[in-house]
Write a protein of this length. Structure first.
Length: 255
């Protein structure tokens, strides 16, 4: 019980730190002089939406600490929080024309450039444990393994993509020619989203009345998940950066 209480307190503390990191990223962006670094209304909306992940995680962990869903929500929120904070810290000086960025800031920007790809993949794995954290189904185990392995391919491709970090930052310090979020990575992402939806539908068919009631509301959200992730990724992987494209990308990602 002591270990469980420690885990719960640690989880809640990490969730609180994630919310603080997200808020700090918004504040840093608002204080940035160059417009490209300053968050727009869509950025603030995006930050508010992703702050819901650690808040929801804290609530689940406090009530059901043995349920993996809460911990995957926490992982999603933590990656998002660290990612957008690292991006703001790493990119602000570069966009302000401060000259050569310190090495640590370049690496912070590098981490932030792919963290927002890793976070949704953590969420997809967590959804496969919904609602009760049951791991008995062999099909769900294979689905989780597929999301983990294929999602790792997408993350690595994003992390090694040549060119400016995030389309506006310094050159990628670990760029690899041919890597990036091209058609192959996009196809993998679409396949993983569809895999999760199909797995949830199969779980709904085999669930009892209580499980179906819980899964029903998740399936409503899952209905717009492909639209949000696919449209957001397509917009982000498009041509040169533009305010309309960036705003649409963030709104679609939140969906």
């Amino acid at each position: 019980m002591k270990v469980q209480r420690l885990a719960v307190r640690s989880g809640i503390a990490i969730a609180a730190a994630s919310v603080i990191a997200i808020a700090a990223a918004v504040v840093l962006g608002l204080r940035s002089t160059p417009r490209p670094a300053a968050p727009s209304a869509s950025d603030v909306f995006f930050a508010t939406a992703i702050a819901c992940y650690p808040v929801a995680a804290a609530l689940v962990i406090a009530r059901r600490p043995r349920n993996p869903v809460g911990w995957y929500l926490l992982l999603t929120g933590t990656i998002y929080g660290l990612g957008i904070l690292a991006w703001q810290v790493g990119i602000s000086g570069y966009l302000a024309g401060a000259g050569r960025e310190p090495v640590f800031k370049v690496w912070l920007a590098w981490f932030g450039s792919w963290a927002t790809t890793a976070a949704p993949l953590a969420l997809l794995i967590g959804l496969l444990y919904f609602p009760d954290g049951d791991t008995a189904s062999g099909r769900l185990r294979w689905a989780r393994l597929a999301v983990l392995l294929l999602g790792s391919v997408v993350i690595v491709a994003r992390a090694l993509r040549p060119g400016p970090l995030g389309g506006v930052g310094p050159p990628n310090p670990v760029a690899l020619s041919g890597a990036g979020t091209g058609p192959a990575s996009f196809a993998i992402l679409v396949a993983l989203v569809l895999l999760v939806i199909i797995s949830l539908a199969a779980r709904y068919r085999g669930a009892g009345p209580r499980g179906r009631q819980q899964l029903k509301w998740l399936m409503v959200g899952a209905g717009v998940l492909p639209l949000g992730i696919v449209a957001g990724t397509a917009l982000y992987s498009g041509a040169a950066p533009g305010p309309a494209r960036d705003a649409a990308s963030r709104v679609c990602s939140v969906l």
